[in-house]
Write a protein that binds this ligand. Sequence first.
Ligand SMILES: [Zn+2]
Length: 326
Amino acid sequence: MSFTELYGHKKQVEMLQKAMAQKRVGHSYIFSGPNAIGKKKLALEFAQALNCENPDRFHDSCGECPSCRKMISGNHPDVHLLETREQFIRIDAIRNIQQMMTFKPLEGRRRMVIIDDADKMNEQSANALLKTLEEPSDANIIFLVTSRPYWLPQTILSRCQQVRFSPLTAETVASFLTEKMQMDPSRSGMLGLLSGGSIGRAIELNTEELIAFRSELGRLLSAAGGSDPMRLLALASFLGQDKKEVRQGLKILGTYFRDALVYKETGKTGMIINADELSVVSSLAERLRGEQILENLSIIEKSGEMMEMNVNKSLTLEAMAFKLHM
Ligand SMILES: [Zn+2]
């Protein structure tokens, strides 16, 4: 791995490369941002670059020196990843790290400690860690990785350099799925859109149920042509009850109209997300005008926004279904 193989987060990578170039690497960092978007991965990448024996002129790791090889196989003696499946990070775990930090790095120039889900530290653990942050040493770098930085005490936040991460774009998630997981582009395109910018979420969503849901929604959408009220109601109720489910359902519904527009404008299927449901897409494209499709997209988006407020979900979905151009 190297910085160039990371998906997204260019700004954050540049910031760290600049710190290395200026020899101003901090003693402690907080990497904060949504779950499963690559924060820990970047911390590990940074650790590899810092200990690489033969970095390139952009301070990126070589991937071949003994230090890089140990990083890649996950057993560099100076890089420690602290993570837990339990509810809290225990004070013993923090004390172990602290004890280790009193010694020189074994072979690297620097010892890197990455604490994943750092917000899981309870008060005792956080207080213990604070002592270490208050007495920084050049030999050690601490990374706190978290999706909930506001759960960390202010005393800790104020002693670390904060690096904020944004969700990835749908395209970045999709290209990861296509390139790294050999998913077909239509599936990765849809998952990218539904993922909220998280690769981890996209992988979680990649289930047969979701694919079946999408096909059934396509079938209902075809059937709703001509605006038969019963069929519109069936479409509305199919979108679900649970807020999360509805949110996802609306996004999938949106992909059908988006595809219809692309198909209508270009006549090409290469950019279509629901390529395996082409008959649904082409029938929408045939029976609707471009501006009607655009209007549908904005109706769906508005309904999605309404869902975030405490509205009656069934009523909102039914009203939406009747407004849609079919
Ligand atoms: Zn190297």
